[in-house]
Design a protein around this ligand. Structure first.
Ligand code: ASP
Length: 344
């Protein structure tokens, strides 16, 4: 069969691909090339489903940019041969990986669907079986001869989300992800219904380019009432620090006390990029709406709009690794590169 019709399943690790050791009852990864034996229904799709698994599947808490490069390498090497890709991944850091992948894969025109499970596939009540089967169906779906969702997405509990809009919000329920600031891209009920007006379709058709460089010259400061000024000094004194994601209150507000604003101003003067991301899961930063954010705006803080912390982190990691000036990076932070922010 022409492989261009098929789907490539990339198993990186996580609960979905684990089974209970019959002797001691602990969870261990199973050989994912045997997935068709565990879920024979997959064969009924009538197209090829090939699998590749990481040599040592990882719990997603161990994921780092090296793994993102490994996933992107697999997609790039196989890009022409498959209709779409399904990445099986632990849920804990899936939102980071899907966000990173959205910025890494330039000119993507095929679906890359991340999914996983809260219960292993071998368990009777697993959510992994439905998640996997529908993720494969979505990755293979075509409309007017073109992939239905040519984006990096996450499929979980009957909804398909844009990857860089998601956050893991639940550690126990099957409904583990939310995309608070952007509508879902598809819903699986009796039929698969695509939310076409919210899907990004490539405007130009250029070959896939993979961004493989990441910077770690960034960090996150989550504000809380009573934050220690020595802590802020210590963070801003980190060698070669280039960016700080400031997790602020509400619509982007922060203390207006002089000691705080002074440190923000000094950091900006040192050339550190300060990106304002709200701690609220829904809604957007609006610098200048309140006095407590106007001072940030005047000090040179950049608005993160309604970006998630996961998308902000991975976008910055990639932008900082490119040969761009601080001003160019600030300008790109104010642009939606892959649908990660809503600009009014
Ligand atoms: N700790 C696991 C992981 O993220 C949980 C999961 O797979 O959902 O890899």
């Amino acid at each position: 069969m022409d492989q261009n019709n098929g789907i490539l399943l990339i198993y990186t690790g996580g609960t979905i691909g684990m089974e209970k050791d019959p002797v001691n009852g602990s969870l261990r990864p199973f050989d994912f090339s045997k997935v068709l034996e565990k879920i024979p229904e997959l064969q009924r799709f009538g197209f090829d489903i090939d699998t590749i698994q990481f040599k040592s599947p990882v719990d997603s808490s161990d994921i780092h940019p090296g793994f993102w490069i490994e996933i992107a390498d697999i997609i790039e090497e196989n890009y022409e041969h498959y209709r779409g890709f399904v990445v099986l991944h632990g849920t804990d850091t899936m939102a980071y990986s899907a966000s990173a992948m959205s910025f890494m894969l330039e000119n993507l025109s095929k679906p890359v669907v991340f999914t996983g499970a809260q219960l292993p596939i071998g368990i009777l009540r697993t959510d992994g079986r439905e998640n996997l089967i529908t993720a494969v169906e979505i990755a293979a779906s075509m409309e007017h001869g073109k992939p239905a969702v040519p984006e990096v997405c996450i499929y979980f509990e009957s909804k398909l989300y844009r990857g860089n809009r998601t956050t893991k919000v639940n550690a126990e329920h099957f409904n583990a992800f939310q995309s608070a600031n952007y509508p879902y891209l598809a819903k699986a009920g009796v039929d698969l219904v695509f939310n076409r007006e919210f899907i990004r379709y490539p405007e130009i058709h250029e070959p896939l380019i993979v961004h493989r460089r990441f910077s770690d010259q960034l960090t996150i400061i989550k504000l809380f009432p009573g934050i220690n000024r020595k802590y802020m000094d210590a963070v801003f004194a980190i060698d070669n620090l280039r960016a700080v994601i400031l997790e602020t209150y509400g619509s982007g507000n922060a203390p207006s006390e002089e000691w705080f604003i002074k440190r923000i101003r000094q950091a900006v003067e040192k050339g550190i990029i300060l990106l304002d991301v709200t701690q609220c899961s829904r809604g957007s930063v609006e610098l200048g709406l309140y006095h407590t954010s106007r001072t940030l705006l005047e000090a040179g803080v950049v608005s993160g709009y309604d970006i998630t912390t996961e998308a902000a982190t991975t976008k910055l990691m990639i932008l900082l690794a490119q040969d761009l000036t601080t001003e160019e990076i600030k300008m790109l932070l104010n642009k939606s590169l892959k649908g990660e922010i809503t600009l009014h």
